[in-house]
Design a protein around this ligand. Sequence first.
Ligand code: FAD
Length: 313
Amino acid sequence: MPGRHSAVFFLENGQDSMKDKEMFPKIKGRVLFHEPLFKHTTFRIGGLCGIWAQPRNEEDLKKIVMFAKSKGKKIVIIGRGSNILPSDKGFDGIAIHIGAGCFDEARFVGSRLIAGAGVALNRLINLACKRGLKGLEGLAGIPGTVGGAIFMNSSYRGRISDCLEEVRAMDLNDGAVITIKRKNLKFGYRHSNLRGYIILSATLRLKRASPQALLKQRDRLLAIKTKKQPLGCFSAGCVFKNPDGGTSAAWYIEKSNLKGKRIGDAQISERHANFIVNLKNARQRDVMRLISFAKKRVKAKFGVDLVPEIVVI
Ligand SMILES: Cc1cc2nc3c(=O)[nH]c(=O)nc-3n(C[C@H](O)[C@H](O)[C@H](O)COP(=O)(O)OP(=O)(O)OC[C@H]3O[C@@H](n4cnc5c(N)ncnc54)[C@H](O)[C@@H]3O)c2cc1C
């Protein structure tokens, strides 16, 4: 079974978790206690989290935010878990999964697409292409949600921020919902200024185009990804950001003879050197050691500092 994990935290905090169960607000969505995080990440890595909650509406989401605040509990937001590397020791807080109910709904208003933050990007791209609306097809094959893609400013052949008009978000401090216009949103490489917020939904402004041409372009990009990346393996996508200067992180890692390098069950992919794959039972510790090994090798050989893009929890 992938993702073995330690139960130490829960043995030590058994009393607290009993109280959590009794006091956690009643919501319509699923709430699980002591839920293994590896089940919810594409890396299949991560220990137990105290509370796993999947609200279906904003009212229930706010109840969870206010509960966390009153109990001094940390919150982590998880979409598809395709860019995160959770700790083997688990997470002593509340993991909120945005992906059900109203967060998984999308609708068109003319050439605008209003999408819940939990909608899978690939589903959204499919909807938009078939409707003859251009702007999202360049993100084909990214296995995340709308919220995760906006938070990370995901990109492949284009960025999600390119067609973003506004975002609705909940303030993690007080549960207030605000609308943030594009001019007030700041994006960088795998970065947005949305830390401290839960993205609820987004309005994307798309352009009219031929559905056939869009579907063709999407399929072309999917075929490139399938050929170049280890898509069938457990991973969190590219581990490092590409350094400034135009040479990819994958090139530096490959030229440092690191393809196939393995620590525990974590391995630098033979197919794409910027991917680390979980062969079966990799732990966060193995991945972190491999990251550090690759960083040192590349620094020694090329003098380049590689910076991870995956989110370590
Ligand atoms: C095989 C593979 C290929 C990939 N290819 C690409 C690629 O081409 N380009 C690319 O950019 N990425 C790529 N990725 C990485 C990843 O899929 C993207 O970053 C994706 O958009 C993350 O979305 P998610 O829903 O999985 O976010 P998660 O991994 O669940 O979360 C990522 C971060 O976003 C935050 N977050 C998630 N949802 C919300 C929300 N609603 N509100 C606030 N914060 C939120 C989380 O707290 C976390 O900090 C790839 C990953 C894999 C496994």
